[in-house]
Structure formats: structure tokens, C-alpha cells
Write a protein that binds this ligand. Structure first.
Ligand SMILES: Nc1ncnc2c1ncn2[C@@H]1O[C@H](COP(=O)(O)OP(=O)(O)OP(=O)(O)O)[C@@H](O)[C@H]1O
Ligand SMILES: [Mg+2]
Length: 521
């Protein structure tokens, strides 16, 4: 209904002449005029259509005006319908009262003054129109509220399921950096609740070494409404800290004012560890190359000095003390030569690949160590089930087993048992066939805090007696054959058993010595 849409005015009178008069009076209002010559007719109209005002004669045959008003009011739809009574005779105050009791709205006496009747009907018609409009607006408003609530509920539930499905921890904060919402992953990771986390409690979960810097960074970005990003460890419910890349974006209203911040924390612990490992291995490889260059550069002068000391010691003009110094110097030089030989041996082996028998190499190495084995009282057991023929470089393979067996012997100064096995086997993981050599000893064992370090260059527990290059070089060589070198050191009874196991594929595409340098890590 628009503002001027006509409303229905029902005129009830048993005299057609009067109805005509009312019609003439009310026509200028432009409303729809309905006529009823009896109470029954009036009710029929009312049941069919909505009526803004009922104009009725009080005295009518069959049903009089009051009875009709009672019947109209009984119906819930018409309880508020305006009724104007017109009466020629009953115009006492009692009559008026009777009319008002029935909820009548007005009462007009005869003779009817046209302007008065028109004015009264017009007021009620307008009132009705306004009421209808108001109702309609109300309905529209209610519907809009229902629609918006539903939209909000939907977008909220979409947001929640999205926020809970992402792999990151997510949160929303007020401009004062107090957080009022976290996604489920946050609670799963931190083991906290919203109550514990409200406000600025998030600060307690940042690693104490980082919290001041993180807070300062947030405050800086918050002050200028700029996106924030930082990397720091966050406490998890298992009691450990993990590294997270954290970001937050300002969310603005239609006027561009920041109303809240939306943030995420992405777990980058593994990435960080991988980066650190890469940096470490690059550093190691660079160190390896550098060591090779230095060894190469010092090898020649070293040999010359060594020869010079040999000649010096043999010189009869030296007194005993001078000879002792010369001997000491020569011993130290021998150690130095051992280091350079280790490194150079690894870098120089670039001859042709040949068929190598690992059993022969092992026997050869044991023979080389035989004096030490005897001196230390070490019993040797050999279990070979194959000749162990592979394609490779004999010298460098010998270097590997010389070091592994040498380490085992050095680990048993008080005697023990050295067990060497050689068998055909397949590689764990790749399934490639090849040879496996295991060297076990009953020596001092490897302490758990050293297990991660023994393959590092220069890591040695032998002080001046070891360079710490043996395993590092051995691993580099075995990797060149795409093989593996592993070890275990376990307590057996009151003693320890340490076993190094080397797998070498029977047919490996062996990397060039230069490429091998890059493999050492
Ligand atoms: N069989 C073993 N038993 C106990 N410890 C071992 C054994 N093999 C290696 N290790 C430990 O690993 C460290 C590193 O060994 P690696 O062969 O690299 O150097 P090194 O033997 O100390 O020196 P180099 O080999 O130059 O003489 C050793 O110092 C030792 O602590
Ligand atoms: Mg060694």
C-alpha cells in the first residue's frame, strides 16, 4: 500500500437515502465507499475485505448498531476497527457511553454536519493507512533482521569452518592487541581455553627470549596499521616450543578505520631445521674443500721438512738433547703428515674403476693391524660368506676399512674381541643388492652425546692421537658408491658392543672424486 492508496469505508444504514447522503459527503475523500443496508450485509463485507472505518446507524431493524458493533468486535481481526455511530434519537450520555464500551471510536449526531463527518472519517482513514504502513514497515524490518541474521550465521559458520580447516593457528584481535577469538587449532596446539587466553595472555606462550621483541614489533605495526610479520617459538601443550611464522593483517570498516586484526601462525619448525642442516652441510662441504686445498699445499714442504729432520737426527754432530728435540719434532711431523695423507687420499683417488674383493681388502687391513691386535690382546673373528667383489677404487676402500678397524682396535686398549663379517645383502630402503661389511668390537663404546657428532670432521675423543677425519672421510667415500654407513653402540652385560655396518651396492654409478667432495656432510 502506498501513501495515498484508498482504504475501505463501510457505511451501514437501512435507509438507502441516508447511504446516498453519506456517499455524497465522503466522496471528496477519494476513499473506496462500501454500502450495506443491514447488519448482515455489513458482516458479509467485513468478512470479504478489510475495512478502515465502519460508519453505522444505531437504530436499524433486525440487528441494531450496538449489536452489530458487538458482533464486529468479537472477531479478532476487527477488534481495533474504527466505528462511527450515527444516531438521530439516542444521544444521551448513556448512549454515548454504551457506544464507547463497545470500543467505538466516535459518535455523530443527526443532523450530520458534512464537514464534521468528512473530517472524522478522514482522520480514521488516515490513521488506518498509517497503521497499515507501519505494520508493513515492521514486517519488512523483521524480515530484514531475519535475513541478515541468517546471512551472518551462514558467513560466521563458513568463516569458522574455514578457519578451523586451515593448517595454521589463527586468531582475531582488537586494535589494542587483545585477542578475542582463536581457531580450534590454536587450542589443540596450546592446550588452552578461550577464558585462559582472553586479552593479552598470548604473551605468556611466546618464548621468554623473544617476547619483548615480538611485542615491540606488534606495537610498531599496530600503531601505523601496517601488516605485521615475525618468526618466533610458541609454547605447545607438550611442553616444547616450536617455531612459527606469524602474520597479521588489519581489517578495516567502510571508513577505512581498523576495527580488528586477523592473524595466523604457521609452524615452520621443520623448514627451519632443514635450513639449518643445509647451512651446516654447506659449511662442512666448504670446510672439506678448504681442508683438501690446505693439505695439498702443505704436503710437499712437509715431506721436505720430514726428510730434513730424518737427516738431522742421523747427524753425529748433534748432542743427545738436540737429537731428542729432532725426534720430537719428527714425531709431530708424522702426525701432521697423517692428517694430510687422510685428506689427500680422499681427494686424489681418480684412477679407473676395477673389480675389488672386499675380503682381500679386509684381510690386508687386519694384517696391517696385526701387531696392534696382538699387543692389545684382541681376538679376531672373521665370517666371510662371499669374496665380496664390487666395482670400485681399492685404495679408498682400504682407507675406509683401515679407519673402521683402526677405530675398533683403538677402542679396545685393554683387549677384547673384533668381529668382522662380510656377506651379500640388500640395501634397506632401495632394495639394491650389494655387500655388507660389519665390524664390531667390545671396546669402550660411543657415548650417546657423541652419536650425532662422530661423522663430523675433526670430531675426535682421542685428543692428540686422532685427527677426527677418519669417519668423515669414510662416509664421503661410501656415499660416492651410493652406499650407507651406520653404527650402533649398545650395552651388553657389563661391557659394550659397538658395530659399524657398511653397505656397498655391487654396481654403483660412482661419482667423480670432485662430486664426492660436495657430498661430504
Ligand atoms: N669403534 C669405536 N668405538 C668407540 N668410539 C668410536 C669408534 N669408532 C669411532 N669412535 C668415535 O668416533 C670418533 C671419530 O672417529 P674418527 O675415525 O672420525 O676419528 P678418530 O679415530 O678420532 O681420528 P683418526 O681417524 O683421524 O685417527 C672417535 O674419536 C671416537 O670417539
Ligand atoms: Mg679413526
Amino acid at each position: 500500500m502506498n501513501l495515498h492508496e484508498p482504504v475501505n469505508i463501510l457505511m451501514v444504514d437501512d435507509q438507502p437515502g441516508k447511504l446516498l447522503t453519506y456517499e455524497a459527503i465522503l466522496a471528496p475523500l477519494g476513499e473506496r465507499l462500501l454500502q450495506a443496508s443491514s447488519g448482515r450485509e455489513a458482516l458479509e463485507h467485513l468478512l470479504k475485505t478489510d475495512v478502515a472505518v465502519v460508519l453505522m446507524d444505531v437504530s436499524m431493524p433486525e440487528i441494531d448498531g450496538y449489536q452489530l458493533a458487538d458482533m464486529i468486535r468479537e472477531h479478532p481481526r476487527f477488534q481495533k476497527t474504527a466505528i462511527i455511530f450515527i444516531s438521530a434519537v439516542h444521544l444521551t450520555d448513556v448512549d454515548r457511553l454504551k457506544g464507547y464500551e463497545r470500543g467505538a471510536v466516535d459518535y455523530i449526531a443527526v443532523p450530520v454536519i458534512p464537514e464534521l463527518l468528512r473530517a472524522k472519517v478522514s482522520v480514521f482513514a488516515e490513521l488506518y493507512r498509517k497503521t497499515l504502513q507501519l505494520k508493513r514497515l515492521n514486517r519488512e524490518l523483521e524480515q530484514r533482521v531475519i535475513d541478515r541474521t541468517e546471512e551472518l550465521r551462514q558467513s560466521e559458520s563458513q568463516f569458522r569452518s574455514l578457519a578451523n580447516s586451515i593448517p595454521q593457528l589463527a586468531w582475531m584481535a582488537n586494535p589494542d592487541a587483545s585477542i578475542f577469538w582463536y581457531n580450534q587449532r590454536w587450542y589443540d596446539y596450546t592446550g588452552t581455553t578461550l577464558d585462559e587466553m582472553k586479552g593479552q595472555a598470548w604473551k605468556d606462550l611466546i618464548h621468554p627470549d623473544h617476547v619483548a621483541e615480538v611485542v615491540a614489533g606488534i606495537e610498531r605495526c599496530w600503531a601505523i596499521d601496517e601488516p605485521w610479520e615475525d618468526t618466533f617459538p610458541l609454547w605447545g601443550k607438550d611442553g616444547s616450543y616450536r617455531w612459527f611464522l606469524s602474520r597479521a593483517l588489519p581489517i578495516r570498516d567502510a571508513n577505512g578505520n581498523v576495527v580488528r586484526w586477523f592473524g595466523t601462525n604457521t609452524d615452520i619448525t621443520e623448514r627451519k631445521q632443514a635450513e639449518e642442516a643445509l647451512i651446516k652441510s654447506e659449511r662442512m662441504a666448504a670446510m672439506g674443500r678448504l681442508a683438501g686445498i690446505i693439505a695439498h699445499e702443505i704436503n710437499n714442504p712437509l715431506e721436505a721438512i720430514s726428510n730434513a729432520f730424518y737427516l738431522l737426527r742421523a747427524n753425529s754432530s748433534l748432542n743427545q738433547e738436540a737429537r731428542r728435540y729432532a725426534r720430537l719434532a719428527q714425531e709431530e711431523l708424522t702426525r701432521l703428515a697423517h692428517i694430510t695423507k687422510q685428506i689427500l687420499g680422499f681427494y686424489r683417488d681418480s684412477k679407473q674403476v676395477v673389480a675389488v674383493s672386499l675380503s682381500e681388502i679386509l684381510d690386508n687391513v687386519i694384517e696391517l693391524q696385526s701387531r696392534r691386535l696382538q699387543l692389545n690382546g684382541i681376538g679376531v673373528e672373521r665370517h666371510y660368506t662371499t669374496r665380496g667383489t664390487i666395482q670400485g677404487y681399492p685404495l679408498e676402500l682400504k682407507q675406509v676399512f683401515l679407519n673402521l678397524i683402526g677405530n675398533a682396535v683403538q677402542a679396545m686398549p685393554e683387549g677384547g674381541r673384533l668381529r668382522i663379517r662380510l656377506l651379500e645383502s640388500s640395501q634397506t630402503g632401495s632394495g639394491r643388492s650389494g655387500m655388507r661389511v660389519s665390524i664390531s668390537d667390545t671396546g669402550v663404546g660411543i657415548r650417546s652425546e657423541h652419536t650425532k657428532r662422530i661423522f663430523e670432521p675433526f670430531f675426535s675423543t682421542k685428543e692428540a692421537k686422532g685427527t677426527g677425519l677418519g669417519l668423515w672421510i669414510s662416509k664421503g667415500i661410501i656415499q660416492k658408491y651410493e652406499g650407507t654407513i651406520r653404527f650402533r653402540s649398545v650395552q651388553v652385560g657389563s661391557g659394550k658392543v659397538t658395530c659399524f655396518s657398511v653397505f656397498i651396492p655391487a654396481f654403483a654409478a660412482i661419482h667423480s672424486p670432485e662430486a664426492t667432495a660436495a657430498l661430504i656432510a
